[in-house]
Design a protein around this ligand. Structure first.
Ligand SMILES: [Zn+2]
Length: 116
């Protein structure tokens, strides 16, 4: 899974309230909405895809291998901040090369499907 929810730059409405444009990156969905406050959702309200599953999966596999976030960062060559954000579901669109590094470090298969 390499898609997610895109959080756009915050804008102000006519009342001066700051809001964030959010777009679901599921190509079948592309739902767009705006919200004024955090936390940002991990689930798309329309297609119901839970983009935090990847975060949960990485966290679980890492823990099973007795690796700290710092150790995984070192093994993958990714920054500790990147790993932390990924596990917190804050970084919802990791690149495929980053996922390949993580899969190799965790010794798991990476499967990206374009399924029918
Ligand atoms: Zn969606």
């Amino acid at each position: 899974m390499v898609d997610g929810l895109k959080i756009g730059r915050p804008k102000r409405d006519s009342d001066g309230v700051l809001y964030h444009p959010i777009t679901c990156l599921n190509p079948k969905c592309r739902y767009h909405w705006e919200q004024a406050v955090e936390p940002f959702p991990k689930k798309c309200p329309k297609c119901k895809v839970d983009w935090s599953l990847l975060a949960t999966r990485i966290k679980t596999l890492r823990a099973e291998r007795g690796l700290s976030q710092a150790a995984l960062a070192e093994k993958t060559g990714l920054s500790l901040e990147y790993i932390a954000k990924l596990e917190q579901g804050q970084r919802v669109s990791p690149s495929l090369p980053a996922l390949v590094r993580i899969a190799l470090a965790l010794k798991v298969k990476l499967r990206v499907e374009l399924d029918r």
